[in-house]
Design a protein around this ligand. Structure first.
Ligand code: NAD
Ligand code: WQD
Length: 350
């Protein structure tokens, strides 16, 4: 059994809670820090129920340096999975300073505390949204970056900071250099197969799958399909949807890779986490209807500002260097989304 302790920032959130399950099941000790600004402790109770294991929870903001340092003093942390952050693109345009403060400054505080505690292994939640428009549809890690909203820029800034911290170790000939994996997620969807944990968005969802699920269960009346005049086979937007459980398995592989010889003594590398295959909005609706037997009421609406026609991952580097690839298909993703939605129509609010 692996008795290493992993600090999971944002561990009460959608992806972080799924990561806690995988970590506990793989035999790691798990310490969560979360300020609960977009989550509930019920998610952590359910993580413990699913795994029949316990984790340690600290309710703090990662920008609270003293509180964070105290966690590192108390717990024998070996690596950090850093999920804590704000993620709503629209809100980031209205409140950019909030996003930079939370996502960028929050990561600066975290890395300062980590360096002071000499814990220098980090897996960071980045996003495919850091890529710039390049006229292409399939994105590889070496493609140019060029995010188009404050949320995306906050992720790109953090990536820059982490690359710089790593580069400085080379200049300074650091004895224990940073080992950092920047994981660029495509479109995470789905839920744990138990149906006990899943995505619990506040208010009306922005993302496609939670919206469809709420239409199917009758909380929302109609889905708007944003544009059917894109240069794609059926005219609707194409994305690379990835099951959240596959996604978090990529994080476990990343921790193992950082610790392995192949990664070298230190460094900071980006990896796409996607399936490498895209589906259109109409294909998603069709699959949802077939898998769940629920009719989805939808209409064609104008394009949404900032949306690309098509975006999917080149996932080859993650396969080669992390020994990871997605295993679940779209029907699994939809079935698990629906299982979570039907078992928890009000999310974590009972
Ligand atoms: P989420 O909102 O469900 O989880 C984020 C968690 O971080 C929440 O529990 C929230 O309370 C916590 N948090 C936020 N700011 C904090 C702070 N300052 N201190 C302590 N805790 C804080 O989001 P998620 O979907 O689980 O996303 C996790 C990470 O993955 C985020 O960094 C997000 O930007 C990134 N990401 C998400 C997606 C996606 O589509 N869900 C895609 C790409 C990248
Ligand atoms: C998917 C497709 C929409 C809603 C966003 C963020 C990105 C990342 C993942 C964090 C698109 C269409 C959607 C609806 C629709 N998050 N759609 N009607 O935009 O690819 O990515 O989430 O890093 O940063 O931008 O995901 O789920 O919003 O949209 O037609 O009501 O569904 O136009 O083609 P997106 P999404």
């Amino acid at each position: 059994m692996n008795q290493q302790t992993i600090l999971v920032t944002g561990g009460a959130g959608y992806i972080g809670s799924h990561a806690c399950i995988e970590l506990l099941q793989a035999g790691f000790n798990v310490v969560v820090v979360d300020n609960l600004c977009n989550s509930k402790t019920e998610a952590l109770s359910r993580v413990q129920q699913i795994t029949d294991k316990t984790l340690t929870f600290y309710q703090h903001d990662i920008r609270d340096k003293a509180a964070l340092a105290d966690i590192f003093a108390k717990e024998a942390i070996s690596s950090v999975m850093h999920f804590a952050g704000l993620k709503a693109v629209g809100e980031s345009c209205e409140k950019p300073a909030l996003y930079y403060h939370n996502n960028v400054y929050g990561t600066l505080v975290l890395t300062e505390v980590m360096a002071e505690a000499n814990v220098k292994q980090l897996v960071f939640s980045s996003s495919a949204t850091v890529y710039g428009e390049c006229g292409c549809t399939q994105y590889a890690e070496n493609f140019p970056l060029g995010p188009i909203n404050p949320y995306g820029r906050s992720k790109a800034m953090v990536e820059d900071i982490l690359r710089d911290l790593s580069a400085a170790d080379t200049i300074n000939q650091a004895k224990s250099p940073w080992k950092i994996a920047l994981l660029r997620y495509f479109n995470p969807i789905g839920a744990h197969e138990s149906g006990l944990i899943g995505e619990d968005p506040n208010g009306i969802p922005n993302n496609l799958l939670p919206y469809i699920a709420q239409v199917a269960i009758g909380k929302l009346t109609q889905l708007s399909v944003f544009g059917n005049d894109y240069p794609t086979p059926d005219g609707t937007g194409i994305r690379d949807y990835i099951h959240v459980v596959d996604l978090v398995k990529g994080h476990i592989k990343a921790i193992a890779t950082l610790e392995g010889d192949a990664f070298g003594p230190g460094g900071c590398k980006a990896y796409n986490l996607g399936t490498g295959r895209g589906y259109s909005v109409l294909e998603i609706i069709d699959t949802f209807q077939k898998v769940t037997g629920q009719a989805i009421n939808y209409k064609i609406a104008p394009r949404r500002a900032g949306d690309l026609a098509e975006c999917f991952a080149n996932p080859e580097l993650a396969l080669k260097e992390l020994d990871w690839q997605a295993e679940k298909n779209l029907a699994d993703m939809v079935a698990d989304t629906w299982n979570w939605q039907t078992k928890n129509p009000q999310g974590y609010m009972q």
